[in-house]
Design a protein around this ligand. Structure first.
Ligand code: TRP
Length: 449
């Protein structure tokens, strides 16, 4: 069966695809905003620490299980189980992950649609169509529906092409564009008045805040969402890696790319916020708290871009283009989760599966948009605050307790014959067995409270 499946053709292709999945609205917007709201540099430090010591091991759990099984999460967790009961629990975990991935995509497509609309609005501004630009930036049902649909069609189009010509080719093309655009924007924003203040907040830590539990939990949640953990996305991508790849190295590269882009995005967003502040835009409430994330991106940034005249229109165009690309390389990794399962376990043709499932998710997005006030926030917290930590916990349990240790080592040795003597093998099995589940449980209990 393995030979009939798609596979990434090169290490570069895989790293680009997995990093493309990881880098998205979460990194480029979520991370910098949370950093700004949680003491800047203190948050950055804790985030960096947790990303490498906790999110990376959890990522490895998914990648190793995925590559071993060469299958989706449902089959993979069943395969590594020693008995029927554990196999059934594993398969159920995979199925829940698949539903959660679909639900995450249903709200992600809405937000990504706003990004596309704002990007187009800058284009409309550029050619003097102020009325069109106005319509594009005003929160209203028709606009939201149209752009959610447009974004879903882009996602479906890429995924229906399959692994090599679809996911890999697009990610490898779009990711470098994303990085270059980001760096150019950083260089530009740093020349503006007020930027240095943002830079100080981002780089000079206030250590009294680094140990606050809410900051640590926010940073950990941010790291897990940012690396696309818990729903089987990375497990699926792992299943497409060639057997001779050294998994801990590839996983490390993906983590590095993901974290670097978040950190670079911080160099853009924090200074940009203080430039906006300098120009009289409100970004803090009276009590000194950050205005909500939605407001920040869709009110403050356009306002900041506007104060720069014609250059602002171009910067805005670049920024929202960038956000749309980042969202697209993430959304394709979400859609691949239910699609891979349907193709492999039910023998459905890829194109058919992609259109039916993608269409179904667009329908869910439509229901959310029609009941925006009640459903939007609810779906986000149901999936990211509750489901993701619990599912991440299950993946660590299967890698740490259920799957036989010698089989894991065998899998690692395929890409590196000396894996048994390496540092990774000395630390990781322990980590994923005890430290990761405990910390994830801690987040979960906190989010319940
Ligand atoms: N990590 C992506 C981001 O930062 C979002 C993402 C893609 C994701 N696939 C996922 C989040 C699976 C959770 C689960 O935007």
């Amino acid at each position: 069966m393995a030979s009939a499946r798609g596979q990434f053709s090169s290490r570069f292709g895989f790293v680009m695809a997995a990093a493309g999945s990881a880098v998205g609205l979460g990194n480029i917007w979520g991370f910098p905003t949370q950093a700004a709201g949680n003491g800047g540099a203190a948050f950055l430090l804790v985030y960096l620490f947790l990303a490498f010591t906790l999110a990376y091991p959890a990522l490895m759990a998914e990648l190793i299980i995925g590559r071993h099984a060469h299958a989706n999460a449902v089959s993979a967790l069943r395969l590594v189980s020693p008995n029927r009961a554990l196999a059934n629990i594993g398969a159920t975990t995979g199925l829940i992950g698949l539903v959660v991935a679909s639900l995450i995509l249903s709200f992600y497509a809405i937000v990504a649609g706003w990004m596309m609309a704002h990007g187009l609005a800058s284009l409309a501004d550029l050619v003097g169509l102020a009325g069109v630009a106005d319509w594009l930036t005003t929160h209203a049902l028709p606009r939201n529906l149209i752009f959610m649909g447009l974004f879903m069609v882009c996602t479906i189009g890429i995924i229906s092409e399959g692994v090599k010509s679809g996911i890999e080719r697009w990610s490898a093309r779009l990711m470098p564009v994303l990085l270059i655009t980001l760096v150019l924007l950083v260089l530009y924003v740093l020349t503006l008045e007020g930027a240095m203040e943002g830079l100080k907040v981002y780089l000079l830590p206030d250590f009294s805040r680094a140990l606050s539990p809410s900051l640590i939990i926010a940073a950990l949640g941010s790291a897990f969402f940012s690396l696309s953990l818990g729903v089987g996305t990375m497990l699926i991508y792992g299943s497409y890696i060639a057997d001779d790849e050294n998994l801990p190295v590839v996983g490390g590269l993906v983590t590095l790319v993901d974290i670097s882009i978040a950190v670079i995005a911080g160099f853009l967003v924090l200074p940009a916020m203080y430039v906006a502040l300098h120009n009289g835009v409100e970004i803090f409430t009276q009590s000194g708290a950050l205005i909500s994330e939605d407001t920040l991106i869709f009110t403050v940034l356009p306002a900041f871009f506007e104060t720069m005249g014609l250059a602002g229109i171009i910067v805005s165009l670049l920024f929202f283009f960038l956000m749309s690309i980042a969202a697209l390389t993430s959304s394709i990794s979400m859609l691949e989760v239910p699609v891979a399962y349907t193709i492999e376990n039910h023998g459905v043709d890829r194109k058919l599966a992609v259109w039916v499932i993608g269409g179904g998710i667009a329908l869910i997005s439509t229901v959310i948009l029609l009941n925006f006030e009640t459903l939007f926030g609810f779906v986000i917290s149901l999936t990211t605050r509750y489901s993701q930590p619990l599912l991440g916990f299950m993946f660590c349990i299967y890698a740490g307790w259920v799957w036989r240790r010698d089989e894991i080592l065998q899998e690692l040795k395929k890409g590196n014959p000396d894996a048994g003597d390496g540092l990774f093998w000395k630390i990781w099995p322990w980590y994923v067995k005890l430290v990761c589940p405990l910390i994830i449980l801690a987040i979960f209990s906190q989010s319940l409270g």
